[in-house]
Design a protein around this ligand. Structure first.
Ligand code: M6R
Length: 610
């Protein structure tokens, strides 16, 4: 986690660093800090908490400098305080460093350095890097070689940026396991953990690969491998607009992203549906279609919300593609002995494309010889680049820590993959065309659901003080129950559990009383009657019930306290609709509890540590 940004050019770097850090705050917001080169020394300002606190300090100190680096932290080693905030510096303050990642051998390195008389200020693992670099400088090596030698001694992951007042014409950056992108400007260059931080200044970027190190000057850069071999880099043109990462008049990114779903869902399907042939066309899977269709097994792996999307994908692929599907938590994948065969296809789903667990699981599957596909949102992310083939979900930047529009766009892509594989197998033209028609109707149906916003806000008011929540659904809507519960707990801090509705009677029913709200996802589908029986069981025990129901369902109103009516669609696509009221409910409850929905406590948007 953690966000890194840097600037070298003719302008004052400080406002550029602060605005970049604000855009990276979703990666961590425990503390923030910047360092700028100012004549012959590195000036550092740090603060505990959000970038806005740092910003005030920076203005008070009138900090100025044309070369600078900045960091926003998600704490791993050492509590979130000012001392542990980055940048870290060597003893004479000539060298400063920011780091995203974890140095696994830091305690051995720290002991060695301490024996040599180095004094450490912080409890972080990151501080060892700056002292190590300093030790090589003291041996007479130049800045670049000192950084390179230091990095060669590290075990773990890093995205680092370093500045040195005795070589003030450059920033040195390197990457291993943590993302780093270089932004190319006109007589100025930028560095960042992701393009959101620099898209306002340039659309030309270069992605650094693992084990690469680069010297960034104001007018050029040189990239090499950590073993000191020249690295040939390609400049990529970004398609993203700077205003895509603004709140666009909404109070929170999360609300903006919920409201964007008619467009993001449309963008995920745009140009990918061939109605005449009843099939989908996915450019990123070109040449692999038959191999995927011939797989003996499909394994989908992901974390968090993306894992919930994977569960829906399992239902879709098994219903239409006659292929056994397994879903695995990426964080567990490596810690057993997954039986992976060359005839398997593995799909790794990740909004950020940088989740450490998902990336590591993908690398393990690749090593075992299976076909490895990525389903990502962030273009050029590690999972997107390292997978053999893949599909972008085109949801646009998702900044709110709670994933919303990425989930529904992931489900569209999984539906498109299902359609493609199904049509290579026994799915008929008519059935394929029916699925396409239903997919195409989704943006309008989503608009209808979004128009229920103020109705859902009123329901949120009634339940905002609840201590616990149960979310219950069956079949395709079981993963939606899990997702609804995750949304609520991560932003409102209310304990919530998602369950298959029929599992309730095997234990959770003991929790039901007049204080326990239960949210049922109960559209009129093949399991509707069974879900109604489960609703009756909660009613009999005086539980409070909110139902997500079909718009033509009048019967349910007499059984529940509140119903939220949504349009119908085919079963495989229902989660794309039924999840949206749950996103809105969680959002409004969190706002009413006075919480920061975009930056919930203890969380970060992309979890780039294990
Ligand atoms: O970027 P990814 O999709 O790989 O992220 C996976 C999870 O960390 C993420 O979905 C997380 O659970 C969200 N905070 C959920 O809202």
């Amino acid at each position: 986690m953690c966000g890194i940004v840097g600037y070298i050019g003719d302008k004052n770097s400080v406002p550029i660093l602060i605005s970049g850090l604000k855009r990276l705050e979703y990666r961590g917001y425990d503390s923030a800090g910047i360092s700028v080169l100012d004549s012959d020394r590195c000036s550092i300002i740090k603060s505990k908490g959000k970038v806005s606190i740092l910003e005030k300090k920076v203005i008070e100190h009138k900090l100025n400098g044309t070369v600078g680096i900045g960091h926003t932290r998600w704490a791993t080693h050492g509590e979130p305080n000012e001392i542990n905030a980055h940048p870290h510096s060597n003893e004479d303050g000539t060298l400063t460093l920011i780091h995203n990642g974890i140095i696994e051998n830091y305690s051995t390195l720290k002991k060695t350095l301490q024996k040599r008389g180095v004094t450490f200020k912080s409890e972080t693992d990151s501080e060892v890097i700056v002292h190590l670099i300093d030790s090589f400088l003291k041996k007479g090596h130049n800045f670049f070689q000192s950084v390179r030698y230091a990095l060669n001694s590290l075990e773990g992951t890093y995205g680092v940026a370093v500045i040195y007042s005795k070589e003030p014409d450059k920033i040195i950056v390197a990457r291993k396991g943590s993302p780093l992108v270089i932004g190319i400007g006109d007589e100025e260059n930028f560095i960042a953990s992701d393009v959101n931080a620099i898209v306002a200044y340039t659309s030309q970027v270069v992605y650094l690969e693992d084990d690469e190190i680069a010297e960034i000057y104001r007018d050029r850069f040189n990239a090499r491998t950590i073993k000191d071999i020249e690295a040939v880099k390609e400049v990529v043109e970004l398609e993203m607009a700077a205003d895509e990462v603004d709140k666009g008049g909404f109070e929170h990114f999360m609300l903006k992203e919920i409201m964007e779903q008619p467009e993001s869902v449309f963008n995920a399907m745009r140009g990918r549906l061939l109605f005449e042939d009843g099939i989908s066309k996915l450019g990123g899977l070109k040449g692999f279609e038959q191999k995927i269709a011939d797989s003996e097994r499909i394994i989908i792996s992901a974390c968090g919300t993306s894992w919930h999307a994977a569960l829906v994908g399992e239902y879709m692929l098994e219903q239409f593609c006659e292929v056994p599907v397994e879903v695995d938590y990426a964080s567990e994948f490596r810690y057993r002995n997954p039986i992976i065969k060359k005839t398997d296809t593995l799909i790794f789903i990740s909004q950020s494309g940088e989740t450490a667990d998902t990336l590591a699981a993908m690398r393990e599957a690749k090593r075992k010889g299976a076909l490895v596909l990525g389903v990502c949102n962030v273009v050029g992310s590690s999972i997107a680049r390292e997978s053999q083939a893949g599909v972008y979900i085109h949801a646009g930047p998702e900044i709110g820590v709670a994933s919303t529009k990425a989930f529904t766009a992931q489900l569209i892509v999984l539906a498109l993959i299902t359609l493609m594989v199904g049509r290579h197998k026994s799915l008929s033209l008519v059935d394929g065309q029916n699925i396409i028609r239903e997919i195409q109707s989704l943006p309008e149906k989503i608009k209808k659901i979004l128009s229920l916003n103020s109705e859902i806000e009123k329901i949120a008011e009634k339940f905002k003080d609840a201590k616990n929540f149960l979310y219950l659904g069956r079949g395709y809507n079981f993963p939606v129950a899990l997702e609804g519960a995750l949304k609520l707990k991560e932003i409102s801090y209310i304990h919530a559990e998602g369950y298959p509705a029929a599992e309730m009677k095997h234990g959770p029913i003991a929790l039901i009383d007049e204080n326990m709200p239960a949210v049922f996802i109960a559209p009129k589908d093949s399991v509707y009657d069974k879900v109604i029986s489960n609703i009756e069981e909660v009613r009999a025990r005086k539980g409070r019930i909110i139902a997500i129901a079909s718009e033509n369902d009048n019967k349910i109103d007499s059984l529940v306290e509140y119903s939220i009516k949504i349009p119908d669609t085919i079963r495989m696509l229902m989660p794309i609709l039924s999840v949206i009221p749950l996103q809105m409910l969680a959002y409004h409850i969190a706002v009413k509890r006075g919480l920061n929905v975009d930056q919930p406590r203890n969380l970060a948007k992309s979890v780039t540590v294990e």
